[in-house]
Design a protein around this ligand. Sequence first.
Ligand SMILES: [Zn+2]
Length: 104
Amino acid sequence: MTSVIPGSSFPGAQSSGSQSSAPQSSGPQSSGPLQEPLRFGVYTGIEAELQSPEAVPAAAQLGLEPPRFCGQCGRRMVVQVRPDGWDARCSRHGTVDSSEVGQR
Ligand SMILES: [Zn+2]
């Protein structure tokens, strides 16, 4: 007698490979030198609490001048003025661009 036993179990239920995608940092990253609240005057480098309003140049108040100091740590930033704007870089807090500030 030849009897076929159909009960052969085989591993059919393999765990479907769940490819773990690297988490992409989405959303606006606004942790730059000009992130609010500012702890230092970005035009004077003076602590915000100690800075008098007169210390800020008038042109700077109008947004015509790029910030010279990091608002987070008060370091002097490397400022580059371009025909279409400017960018300022803090060695610790990164770069801020005039287009990011919304000055038009
Ligand atoms: Zn900084």
